[in-house]
Design a protein around this ligand. Structure first.
Ligand SMILES: Cc1cc2nc3c(=O)[nH]c(=O)nc-3n(C[C@H](O)[C@H](O)[C@H](O)COP(=O)(O)O)c2cc1C
Length: 143
């Protein structure tokens, strides 16, 4: 049976969404079945039913995750993300990626083992980053 992958993404201006599309493409090309969720459609039941989950959110607020939809979803499902293949990604603007360092640390402190280091893009992802994300998609698809 092909691997089932969930990609949960919040994106205001489309940059993080472009990143999610590259992951999806890579994973589907490697034979996985991929479902993309907006953050408000992803809850505990969905988290329980996927063992491979990519989470994408840009830097918002002051170096934080978006806090009306994405952060509440993440806090709700966080206890259910242990012992799974988890990948974090997102786009940022004027900062230096601090939001992702904080997110990564929070995940690790909560017992979530990240399948590989997060990938971040400054504003619109470059072709190089999109290629890396396609490779991640392929890696996520393989067991
Ligand atoms: C309200 C708001 C807050 C933001 N806060 C940050 C920030 O703290 N640090 C940063 O590097 N970029 C920040 N940005 C820039 C976005 O992270 C950046 O434009 C990103 O590419 C948006 O991703 P998206 O197209 O997926 O929505 C902020 C943008 C907005 C609209």
């Amino acid at each position: 049976m092909s691997r089932k992958i969930a990609i949960v993404v919040w994106s205001k201006t489309g940059n993080t969404r472009l990143m999610s599309k590259a992951i999806k493409e890579g994973a589907e090309n490697a034979g996985a079945s991929v479902e993309v969720f907006k953050s408000y459609n992803f809850g505990i039941e969905e988290a329980k039913s996927y063992d491979t989950i990519a989470l994408g959110c840009p830097a918002m607020g002051a170096e934080t995750l978006e806090d009306t939809e994405f952060l509440p979803m993440y806090e709700t499902v966080k206890p259910y993300l242990k012992n799974k293949k988890i990948f974090l990604f997102g786009s940022y603007g004027w900062g230096d990626g601090e939001w992702m360092r904080a997110w990564r640390e929070d995940a690790i402190n909560n017992g979530i083992s990240l399948f590989r280091e997060p990938i971040i893009a400054k504003e619109k992802p470059s072709d190089d980053i999109l290629d890396k994300l396609k490779s991640v998609g392929r890696e996520l698809a393989s067991s």
